[in-house]
Design a protein around this ligand. Sequence first.
Ligand code: 5GP
Ligand code: ZN
Length: 139
Amino acid sequence: MRKDDCIFCKIAAGEIPSETVYEDEEFRVILDLNPASKGHALILPKDHADDIFDLSDKDKERVLFVASKVASAMKEALCCTGINLVQNNGESAGQTVKHFHLHLIPRYDGDSAMVLWKPGISEPEEQKRIAMDIKAKIK
Ligand code: 5GP
Ligand code: ZN
């Protein structure tokens, strides 16, 4: 289902033009308007989902398949030396468009795309507690 006021629904449906690198029944993959690196692309499901919590099981299963297909093409076409997969959910995580999308960010040796985080410090006891809390909520 699409959402009327959603720009990515309109792009995914082809109503707003985009540089499309791949399309099938369920997904459209487009180049990002403000790329973090050359070839930065977004995988958009055609069915609207706000975020990962809202995504259909069918799209969950297929999205990594599409990512892998496009990533292989990027490697050959762009000669990138790495690719980051980034997927933001919620404002605190940096999500600015509320239609699920998976970023494919090609990386080049020595580039300045900011994707990596600063490693923190983990306390073993706290880690154990956190793992237990998450494990208990897995459905
Ligand atoms: P987020 O921050 O939500 O994870 O990523 C949203 C991404 O969508 C940003 O990288 C932004 O540049 C891109 N974007 C926003 N509006 C448009 C648009 O109209 N067309 C395209 N191609 N990309 C867009
Ligand atoms: Zn949408």
